[in-house]
Design a protein. Structure first.
Length: 95
């Protein structure tokens, strides 16, 4: 069966994905909770222990720094592909 506009329309109706469990009101309350906690933490950083500060930094870095492997490093201008083996011409000696 070819994939055309009619079959695409039918396929879009047969979603196996469940309904969202977060209603807009729950999302709003979670946003408010996170915002209030973040404001509190920023205001009371001097009360945190060193281990709590490290843990907080680790948790926030997950949202700031891109994951490993998401970007490739640009090539370095001095990098040159060199051959693994170099062939050397042998000169046979006459006896």
């Amino acid at each position: 069966m070819p994939f055309n506009s009619h079959t695409a329309s039918l396929a879009g109706k047969k979603s196996k994905r469940g309904k969202s469990k977060l209603t807009p009101t729950i999302e709003d309350k979670l946003d408010l909770l996170v915002a209030e906690n973040l404001d509190y933490l920023l205001g009371h950083l001097d009360e945190l222990t060193n281990s709590e500060r490290i843990k907080l930094t680790q948790m926030t870095l997950n949202f700031i720094v891109p994951k490993y492997g998401t970007r490739t490093a640009p090539p370095h201008p001095d990098d040159v592909d060199l051959p693994l083996f170099i062939e050397v011409d042998r000169v046979e000696e006459d006896d």
